[in-house]
Design a binder for this molecule. Sequence first.
Ligand code: CTP
Length: 156
Amino acid sequence: MTRTVLSYGTFDLFHVGHLRLIERLAAMGDRLIVGVSTDEFNAGKGKRSVVSYDDRAAIVGAIKGVDLVIPERSWDQKRADIVEHGVDVFVMGDDWSGKFDDLADVCEVTYLPRTSGVSTTEIKDLLRTLDPQHLEEMQAALGTLTRLLEHYRDLT
Ligand code: CTP
């Protein structure tokens, strides 16, 4: 019998944590469905992804082991998706631990540990520090600090 696995995520700036998660999801069954959050759904959560829904869905859909990508448009579609697609296991990263246990009456619910040391938020933060304006600010701050140090050195 086919074992169908379902998971959801934004998958913005696709990174190795996403890849490792998908590899583990694919190993849990025979058919893997991934819900990718739409730009409108993210906007409702106050989040804005760098990569558009169409591109994120195309990237996730091209990863080995992913059989179907569906749009995630709302918080409460999960139960209907599970029933519609005959899902056996619903899996999320453990940053969501316990949050979807109410779905346990329609399928298995499992949480997987995140890959340590990588997240979209961290990548975005890193990119911000490389922003030219930020670099100028850092240079200015460094100049001020150097002048202050010279001033105190002259006093001693
Ligand atoms: N994930 C993971 N390991 C990571 C990052 C993400 O296993 N290092 C999993 C999450 O637990 C989730 C899925 O990948 O099940 C999609 O995560 P998403 O929120 O899109 O990625 P993050 O990098 O966690 O993004 P953010 O920093 O914006 O939360």
